[in-house]
Ligand binder design. Structure first.
Ligand code: GDP
Ligand code: IMO
Ligand code: MG
Length: 414
């Protein structure tokens, strides 16, 4: 069976935690897009790990983890991450592979990324990891892939500074390189988990362009970046937070309270509360995340554009102490009600959330072992989202630890 896990919002939904949880029953975990712009946090027995490139299944000693063809890989970041893992007792020998079709991030691209974003009239607020430049080089057909390393003709074409940078890495990268398509055909009876990075609204095509990343973080990207056909995917899981967050610039329609006079827009009361309770600071850059109410308009859009079979809700515990919870069920702009997620950034900037209220449960959710033990108010919030998105919520996460995960429907069954 093949399961794809993607982010259904603006990244940082808790994909790392969920992939680590699901990896227990997988044999192979493939990261299919992005690069070291991602920061996936995994907490196991009180130990916290931050991964940027290595798939989140690496903590099980018997799992194979693969960096897929859709990724852009910075060798410096990759080997320092492996060193960090080995230093903390995670033996990765012989079980970390890279698709020979993956592209390589050069130090020069990182520099250009930082300079170009700083020079923009309206910066995107990139992570400065060279992501956009590497994907542009790829689209321009000037990129360098793992498969090209050591190929004399290609190496001769490179600028001297790039060649000199790459030489010490060639043998190490080549040793990890595989033909991913053939590998997965050979392991056709394995359970394979495809791990996304970023999220639907940061996807180059589906997201809030130009305030997006440059990779394919949607479910279709798992097929391309994971070297399988779309029909080989058995299930798509979309991870979302009980609220919304975003790092960097660009629209976040529920960041401001829609109850104020149109156009006035005050920061939602939720912002500071959620940032502190939910520890909402970026893993890769340490930047505070912008916070807002759950945006159901964009969540339904993510369900539709990714064919999400089942949603995974995370961070519900952050709401444990609130009297009242709100979620956005439509946008209002210029007296008009908008129910479908707009492409235009101008429309998104003008959109004020129409909020629906729910009663809080005022109880610690992490004490529950099954869904049936949840307070009825929490169930009402969850079941409203399911009806609105016409998609079941199969898993609810109520804390960052592996253990704090409530399974409503077993993911590894068809
Ligand atoms: P990812 O990029 O989607 O993997 O998410 P990040 O790791 O960047 O950010 C998610 C943060 O929330 C991390 O600090 C996780 O440890 C934490 N986290 C994940 N799930 C939950 C949850 O259900 N509740 C709480 N309170 N924290 C969570
Ligand atoms: P994970 O996998 C949250 C954001 C950046 C910036 C925009 C473009 O941890 O969910 P880039 O460096 O990719 O060109 O930056 O995308 N961004 C993320 N935000 N989570 C991520 O990854 C992100 N990866 C990129 O903040 O706004
Ligand atoms: Mg993250």
């Amino acid at each position: 069976m093949k399961i794809v896990v993607i982010g259904a919002q603006w990244g940082d939904e808790g994909k790392g935690k969920i992939v680590d949880y699901l990896a227990n029953e997988a044999q192979i975990i493939v990261r299919f897009s992005g690069g070291a712009n991602a920061g996936h946090t995994i907490v196991i027995g009180g130990e916290e790990y931050a991964l940027h490139l290595i798939p989140s299944g690496v903590f099980y000693p018997d799992k194979i983890v693969i960096l897929g063809a859709g990724m852009v890989i910075d060798p410096v970041a990759l080997f320092s991450e492996l060193e960090m893992l080995n230093g903390r007792g995670i033996d990765t020998t012989g079980r970390v592979f890279i698709s020979d079709r993956a592209h390589i991030v050069l130090p020069r691209y990182i520099q250009i990324d930082k300079e170009r974003d700083a020079a923009r009239k309206k910066p995107i607020g990139t992570t400065g990891r060279g992501i956009g430049i590497t994907y542009s080089m790829k689209s321009d057909r000037d990129g360098i892939r793992i498969a090209d390393l050591g190929w004399k003709e290609k190496m001769d074409e490179l600028e001297a500074v790039d060649r000199e940078f790459l030489v010490p890495y060639i043998d190490r990268l080549k040793k990890m390189s595989i033909d991913l398509s053939s590998y997965l055909v050979h392991h056709r009876n394995s359970q394979v988990l495809f791990e996304g990075a970023q999220g639907t609204l940061l996807d180059l095509d589906l997201g809030t362009y130009p305030y997006v990343s440059s990779g394919m973080s949607n479910a279709a990207g798992a097929a391309i970046g994971g070297c399988i056909g779309p029909r080989a995917i058995d299930k798509v899981l979309g991870v979302f937070k009980a609220y919304s967050t975003r790092v960097g610039n660009g629209p976040l329609p529920t960041e401001f309270d829609g109850d104020t006079e149109e156009g006035a827009g005050t920061e939602s009361v939720l912002d500071n509360f959620v940032r502190n309770t939910g520890r909402e600071f970026g893993v890769t850059t340490g930047r505070p995340r912008r916070c807002g109410y759950l945006d159901l308009v964009s969540l339904r859009y993510a369900c539709l554009t990714n064919s999400i079979d089942s949603l995974v809700m995370t961070h519900l515990d952050v709401y444990d102490t609130l009297d009242e919870i709100k979620a956005c069920i439509a946008y209002k702009a210029g007296g008009r009600i908008i129910e479908n997620f707009p492409a235009s950034v101008e429309d998104l900037n003008n959109a004020k959330p129409v909020l629906r209220s729910f009663s809080g449960w005022k109880k610690k959710l992490s004490g529950a072992l099954t869904y049936e033990e949840f307070p009825v108010q929490a169930m009402e919030y969850i079941e409203f989202i399911e009806r609105y998105c016409e998609t079941p919520i199969g898993i609810v996460s109520v804390g960052y630890d592996r253990k704090e995960t409530i399974i409503r429907k077993r993911p590894w069954s068809k």
